[in-house]
Design a protein around this ligand. Structure first.
Ligand code: PMP
Length: 286
């Protein structure tokens, strides 16, 4: 059982630490991140784009008035990886509102931080994926900011569950006007006539992998309709856990070979493992 860093100490991963009156359990008042570390050729490991993930987490924490120290959380992340001896790992930091009240005013509540590292990755995992347009709409950014607030993920969970019940792997959110938003835990790209386009939408999480893929591919970022996506040569989704995952099916549309996605996924795999010195600044050595 890997150790978890919890408020400054390491505890066993299965230790019961949160009281049943924990506010976050009742209302989703928590903020999380999904980060990855990769084994590097020198026998060590590196965390990919750690400052960007921690900065996004700080923005989320600000929404609840949680005091979030980026440097402390970053150091705790590295310490947890070392303590667990993890190199290829999925890193899950969570900061949450604890106890002190069961009301909706969060000011009286205790605040906590944990960092878990897991040797397994939990989303899509690069395998060709069958996608369907969800009947659910994404949380509009005017109601819930496009940040990793835990409660907001109920929206993703409903969409994922509905898609799986209809035999698909993953759900695609579109808006009322027919524009593509994102998937439940990944951003969307398309390739048409060799041009790579990154779907932009104000309700979508500004993904760090998306930003990476734009930099690596020179993709243009713009709004894209579902109609355009169905007409593309290749569609892929990307995220920290998903990396670059090719889409094989989008409802009744089947996609054939995906050479551009394959090449970009291979480049991404080299970048995150420190095999592309040009992008070494994105890596934090463990
Ligand atoms: N959209 C959503 C809803 C997500 O949960 C994620 C995963 N964090 C992404 C997109 C991709 O973001 P990132 O590349 O920063 O992991």
């Amino acid at each position: 059982m890997p150790l978890i860093w919890f408020d400054g100490q390491f505890i066993p991963g299965d230790a019961p630490e949160a009281p049943l009156t924990t506010h976050a359990m009742h209302y989703g008042t928590a903020v999380f991140e999904g980060i990855r570390s990769y084994a590097t050729a020198d026998g060590g490991a590196a965390v990919f784009r750690l400052p960007e993930h921690m900065e996004r987490m700080r923005k989320g924490a600000d929404m609840f008035g949680i005091d979030f120290d980026v440097e402390r959380a970053s150091q705790a992340t590295l310490a947890t990886l070392r303590a667990n001896g993890h190199r290829d790992a999925y890193i899950r930091p969570l900061t949450w509102m604890g106890t002190g009240s069961i009301g909706l005013d969060v000011d009286p509540l205790s605040q906590h931080l944990m960092i878990a590292t897991l040797p397994k990755v939990v989303h899509l995992g690069g395998a060709r994926t069958r996608l369907t347009v969800s009947p659910w709409k994404r949380n509009p950014a005017t109601s819930l900011p496009a940040l990793k607030l835990s409660g907001a993920y109920v929206n993703s969970i409903l969409a994922k569950r509905e898609a799986k019940q209809r035999g698909f792997d993953e759900a695609l959110f579109t808006d009322d006007k027919g524009y593509v938003v994102e998937c439940t835990g990944a951003n969307v790209f398309m390739v048409k006539n060799g041009v790579v386009t990154s779907v932009e939408h104000r309700d979508a999480l500004p993904g760090i992998t998306r930003d990476t893929m734009i930099e690596l591919s020179g993709a243009q970022s713009r709004e894209v309709t579902l109609h355009e996506l169905l007409d593309a040569d290749e569609v892929f989704v990307c995220g920290t856990a998903a990396e670059a995952t090719p889409i094989s099916v989008l409802d009744r549309r089947e996609f054939g070979d995906n050479p551009v996605t394959r090449e970009l996924a291979a480049l991404y795999a080299r970048v995150v493992r420190g095999e592309e010195p040009r992008y070494a600044a994105w890596l934090t050595a463990v």
